[in-house]
Write a protein that binds this ligand. Structure first.
Ligand code: ZN
Length: 242
């Protein structure tokens, strides 16, 4: 397990209760003196992930007391605006499929731009100067608002617009899903990986369902397939061996 670092800054983690944001939360707890969490309720079909958030926070604090000492308040912001803009398979009952522009119809235009802007405003109020998010270019659906350059530009815009440094940390940006499992292992060993598998939620359809080696989910939606494939690749590379 990696040693804790001592960056005196405070961080706000965009924490959905999924695998990626849980690993980001652990990463932030290992690094920053004070860490708060933020979730968004935007009418997502997989609202069950909002219920997982408190369980994950509680388990992290209980199993990793040093991190528990750094874990501060949790916040939930409602953004019903996103569902009203509508027409995404993430917020409407419809099949998940590819669109003519090469993006899956789970794409919610500008979602991460809105999330990060709202997060920056909250961070400003809370005296936090780092935003941590699980956006990822590698191995993902090609969402343009998850790309490194988009977020670098947004970091500059937010820092200028708030007239205070606002750093955007994206520790998963260039990791594959298998490497995300490996990062969890590096941060918190098998205990953290077991916590991630058992308590985080990824399935787009909001199903907890059967418990697979990689966790709970329908097993067939793009999010489940990605998570399962990443776990299988990590295990094939020797990950999780006792
Ligand atoms: Zn699923």
């Amino acid at each position: 397990m990696a040693h804790d670092r001592n960056d005196p800054r405070g961080a706000l983690v965009l924490f959905s209760g999924g695998q990626d944001s849980t690993v980001c939360l652990a990463w932030a707890l290992q690094r920053y003196a004070r860490v708060e969490t933020l979730g968004f309720d935007y009418g997502q079909r997989h609202r069950i992930e909002l219920d997982c958030r408190q369980t994950v926070r509680r388990e992290l604090a209980a199993q990793f007391p040093a991190w528990g000492g750094r874990l501060g308040d949790d916040h939930v912001l409602e953004l019903p605006l996103l569902a009203r803009l509508g027409d995404s398979a993430l917020t409407t009952e419809r099949a998940i499929e590819m669109q003519a522009n090469g993006l899956p119809n789970t794409f919610v235009p500008g979602r991460n731009l809105l999330f990060l802007t709202a997060a920056a405003a909250l961070a400003y109020r809370r005296g936090l100067s780092v935003l941590v998010g699980g956006m990822c270019e590698t191995d993902y659906s090609g969402y343009p608002d998850c790309r490194d350059n988009t977020l670098k530009a947004l970091q500059v815009a937010l820092s200028l617009g708030l007239d205070t440094p606002m750093t955007l940390d994206t520790p998963l940006m260039f990791l594959t899903k298998a490497q995300t499992w490996a990062l969890a292992d590096e941060l918190g060993g098998s205990a953290l990986n077991a916590l991630v598998a058992e308590h985080t939620h990824t399935c787009y359809l909001g199903e907890r369902g059967q418990r697979h080696a990689w966790g709970h989910g329908c097993g067939h939606c793009p999010a489940c397939e990605l998570r399962a494939a990443g776990h299988a690749a990590w295990v094939a590379a020797g990950g999780g061996a006792a």
